[in-house]
Ligand binder design. Structure first.
Ligand SMILES: *Cc1c(COP(=O)(O)O)cnc(C)c1O
Length: 390
């Protein structure tokens, strides 16, 4: 079955009693036992809930993994994965990383003796040379957030396998519609399902999918023990979002490509970071390992003052954190998503005060570019007005 069909069938026909096409929301904390020593398969909703099962089966099928496990947020999902490690274990992690994951490792897991090296995982030599005796896993984001750097998944997974490391990929930006790391040999995929998987900026959720059953059971054990589960209502919202993922991703990407090209032509723009631009350093690798370039892009402007100007004057594109929803959002990474990363590290990575990140929505492209046009034009005339008269 093609992925478009798998998506539409997410959660279909899960209630034989009524034939309900949409998975019912089993808003029940507990389930009656038929008799002593027997269970319907559901006992208590922290352990399992039928709406959640439908969602978890759907995401496992999408990523072509053995087990899907859902969590209350993307960070809860990532936390569950880091619970696989013990004091003294070392992880190799993409340096240009989601700020929340950086904070989780540097301010929480470091207290429990987990050691981390941040490396440019788009450079496989850098991965190789940071592996130690105690290294247990490689954690990759590709494209990275916000600089859209591409790591070669096959090469990275090969290195991990040679050193007996787990490969964990945060696939939030690409989604299984464009990129399937487990098929390429990764062990674990994590998602902030808040983003494209749900797609409507109306739910916060996370998922983990493992390639093998045994690893999935470990994650499930963490889910039941630590308890950061996704509630039935949110599972249902996510199931509903999934059905249109293919359509949404196609439009996100189409719009992103056009906006990226338009931005490169504006004299105020210093650089555009979008892997679908042929001169992007990761263009070739991304073309090989993914079937698309996604809907996220970042760009830097020459004049710092243009940053607040855009944030305040764009009318259609909303100034808000998060990404992956149908509505276009613009973010200022240095002050928002990546504020927890020390300034000098941020600057050395390129997450400067001139960088903006755009989550391109599915609005009509003319309206999106129109919003930028009117704002750039207004800015240009405001600059002319303050020029000293000669
Ligand atoms: C948003 C995000 C997360 C965190 O997910 P939440 O659902 O906000 O907890 C992790 N990784 C990436 C790449 C993200 O964009």
């Amino acid at each position: 079955m093609q992925i478009e069909t798998i998506l539409v069938r997410a959660g279909l026909g899960k209630d034989p009693a009524t034939g309900s096409v949409s998975t019912p929301i089993y808003q029940s904390a507990t389930f009656a036992h038929p008799r002593l020593g027997e269970s319907t398969g559901y006992d208590y909703s922290r352990t399992a809930n039928p709406t959640r099962t439908a969602l978890e089966e759907a995401v496992a099928a999408l990523e072509k993994g053995a087990v899907g496990v859902s969590f209350s947020t993307g960070m809860a999902a990532i936390t569950a994965v880091f619970f696989l490690f013990k004091p003294g274990d070392h992880l190799v992690v993409s340096e240009d990383l989601y700020g929340g994951t950086y904070r989780l490792l540097n301010e929480m897991f470091c207290q429990y003796g987990i050691e981390v090296s941040y490396v440019d995982t788009s450079d496989s030599k850098a991965i190789e040379s940071s592996v130690r005796e105690s290294t247990k896993a490689l954690f990759i984001e590709t494209p990275t957030n916000p600089l859209m750097k591409i790591s070669d998944l096959k090469k990275s997974i090969d290195i991990a396998k040679r050193h007996d490391l787990l490969t964990i990929v945060d696939n939030t930006f690409m989604t299984p519609y464009f990129q399937q790391p487990l098929v390429l040999g990764a062990d674990i995929v994590v998602h902030s399902a808040t983003k494209y998987l749900s797609g409507h900026n109306d739910v916060v959720a996370g998922v983990v999918v493992t390639r093998e059953e045994s690893l999935g059971e470990k994650i499930r054990f963490v889910q039941n023990s630590a308890g950061g589960i996704l509630g039935p209502q949110d599972c249902w919202l996510l199931l509903r979002g999934l059905k249109t993922l293919a359509l949404r991703m196609d439009r996100h990407q189409e719009n992103a490509q056009q906006i990226a090209e338009w931005l490169t032509r504006q004299p105020e723009v210093e650089q555009v970071y979008y892997p679908g631009l042929a001169d992007h350093p990761g263009y070739e690798t991304c073309s090989q390992q993914a079937s698309g370039f996604g809907g996220m892009l970042s760009f830097s402007v020459k004049d710092k003052a243009l940053v607040p100007y855009l944030l305040e004057h764009l009318k259609l594109i909303t100034f808000a954190e998060s990404l992956g929803g149908v509505e276009s959002l613009i973010t200022f990474p240095a002050r928002q998503t990546h504020a927890d990363i020390p300034e000098e590290i941020r600057n050395s990575l390129g997450i400067t005060d001139q960088l903006l990140r755009l989550s391109v929505g599915i609005e009509h492209i003319d309206d999106l570019i129109g919003d930028f046009k009117q704002t750039f034009n207004q800015y240009r005339s405001s600059k002319e007005q303050v020029l000293p008269v000669k």
